[in-house]
Design a protein around this ligand. Structure first.
Ligand SMILES: [Zn+2]
Length: 515
């Protein structure tokens, strides 16, 4: 019986084109989806855009265009990441125009109201539109939002509030027990600290006037619109038809992936952890719905030392990068170089160096050598080898290869993409080492001098097998590169295809050594 794995990205605001930080997140989620498919699970992978934010409204007003036009334009730019980054998402939801969304938000609201968790209150507070949230004075840094470095606005209005305080103990138990797995540990501890600081009820609506009418109306209260975070978080279930907006058997996907699914995993950035690990989970508890099973949190990217943000003008365009260097090179830098904890600094030089060292010299060279050896010494025919009998000296390579899948599974369950790639890369390194140690070209010379053919056959069989398992294990990380490796190792009409350089070096200069 296959397991159901549902994975989502956060849905970004669409007040600008996507930057490299979102590329990191969606590539991570893509790796998780491809990995679970490779392991035989049923997978559904959702991404989309948060259209109903006040930020979008402000950006539209600044440009002098209707907000619907602005969100259409930028939502299109997010959807257009798919091909350049080789993404495999199954579904893309837009919270303003998608007919699935509004009925689900309204149903979720009514479910919380039925639990007695929504009430009206007059409220005065400090609101950061960048974050779309209220801050207490103690949470500010010198009077400014710690994320956006701007002074929040004084807002006084009558809002609907959600009784978050009621869920403090249950939330703590869920996080501390690991029933809701938050990775890495530093983020889990951050959530526990926040819960232990005391959870206060939070505002879940805005006046329709302040929202200029943009957003989803509160059911039964036409003067208010639903708070954009309550609205946005609901996308994870409205996309599955929760609320009956999906047509056909209206909630079949919701049952399959959310209610009865085995794993429900959100991939998010560290800045929105509280919304997912506390607010969203509490809303689901209130509505009597199943909870996410995992929240994997990434840190931020900087570019040449500067913080990456849509507004600060240093947003590296992931599409332009992928057009210049290819999806594999961009994905590889994001997956191989970004540490599990701590911000990572992107430069084009680092991407180029990573590509040349790993993909061109390490992987490309290995596959090219093996294919060349098989063509040269066996006329391209895959040597027959006794599978039970590993040639002397191959033990370590065979062990590394056998251990890699479990190491990858463990690392990806913790959202540690660098550790996962390390396990796969050990095969590349050990296979290259094995070529150097066995020197197949000398075995071929010995054959010509009368030695038996068994030794060279066995060595080539081990190497081809290593390349094939690389093609499989790399496919979640580098889908296009893995397909090239697989094609190079697959006989056509009985013979391996002529070797081609699979991954050209970006920087010229010293050529990669060939066998
Ligand atoms: Zn802010």
């Amino acid at each position: 019986m296959t397991r159901g794995f549902y994975v989502t990205t956060a849905i970004p605001y669409v007040n600008a084109r996507p930057h490299l930080g979102f590329a990191l997140e969606i590539v991570q989620a893509d790796v998780l989806a491809r990995h679970r498919r490779l392991r035989g699970d049923r997978v559904r992978f959702l991404t989309g855009t948060d259209d109903n934010s006040l930020k979008n409204l402000q950006a539209a007003e600044a440009e002098g265009v209707p907000v619907a036009e602005l969100v259409d334009r930028y939502a299109g730019a997010f959807a257009a990441l798919r091909d350049p980054l080789a993404l495999s998402y199954d579904d893309f939801i837009r919270t303003s125009s998608d007919p699935r969304h509004r009925p689900g938000v309204e149903r979720l609201w009514r479910a919380c109201a039925a639990s007695g968790d929504l009430y009206r209150k007059h409220y005065r507070g400090l609101y950061c539109v960048g974050c779309e949230r209220f801050y207490t004075p103690a949470e500010l840094d010198g009077g400014r939002c710690p994320e956006h470095r701007i002074e929040p606005q004084q807002v006084a209005e009558e809002n609907w509030f959600f009784r978050l305080s009621r869920y403090q103990d249950r939330l703590r138990e869920l996080v501390a027990s690991g029933a809701l797995r938050i990775e890495p540990a530093v983020r889990r501890n951050e959530v526990l600290g926040f819960i232990d600081g005391g959870l206060e009820d939070f505002s879940v609506s805005r006046s329709r006037t302040r929202a200029r009418g943009w957003g989803i109306g509160v059911p039964g209260d036409p003067d208010q619109v639903v708070y954009v975070w309550f609205d946005a978080l609901a996308n994870y279930i409205t996309a599955l038809g929760y609320g009956g907006g999906a047509g056909g058997d209206r909630e079949a996907a919701f049952r399959e992936w959310w209610r009865d699914g085995d794993q429900r995993v959100h991939v998010i950035g560290k800045g929105i952890l509280r919304f997912h690990a506390v607010y969203w989970v509490a809303v689901l508890l209130s509505a009597g719905l199943p909870l996410p099973t995992g929240i994997l949190v990434h840190d931020y990217l900087t570019v040449e030392g500067a913080k990456l943000s849509k507004s600060s003008g240093n947003a590296i365009d992931p599409v332009a990068l992928a057009e210049r260097f290819g999806a594999d090179a961009v994905r590889w830098w994001l997956l191989r170089e970004v540490p599990r904890v701590g911000d990572a600094d992107f430069t084009v030089e680092r991407l180029e160096a990573r590509n040349d060292e790993d993909l061109a010299n390490g992987l490309g060279n290995l596959v090219n050598r093996v294919a060349t050896l098989v063509r040269r010494f066996r006329d391209g025919r895959v040597p027959a080898a006794n599978p039970g009998e590993a040639p002397a000296g191959a033990e370590r390579l065979l062990r590394v290869r056998a251990e890699a899948p479990a190491l990858v599974d463990d690392a990806l369950a913790a959202g540690d993409f660098r550790r996962a790639t390390t396990a796969v890369w050990a095969i590349v390194e050990d296979a290259n080492r094995y070529v150097e140690a066995t020197r197949p070209w000398e075995l071929a010379r010995a054959e010509r001098d009368g030695a038996s053919s068994g030794r060279l056959d066995a060595v080539l069989a081990v190497l081809l097998d290593a390349c094939r398992s690389l093609a499989a294990e790399l496919s979640p990380f580098l889908p296009r590169a893995a397909a090239k490796v697989a094609a190079q190792c697959e006989p056509r009409s009985g013979r391996l295809p002529a070797p081609e350089p699979l991954f050209p070096r970006i920087r010229q200069g010293r050529a990669a050594p060939v066998a």
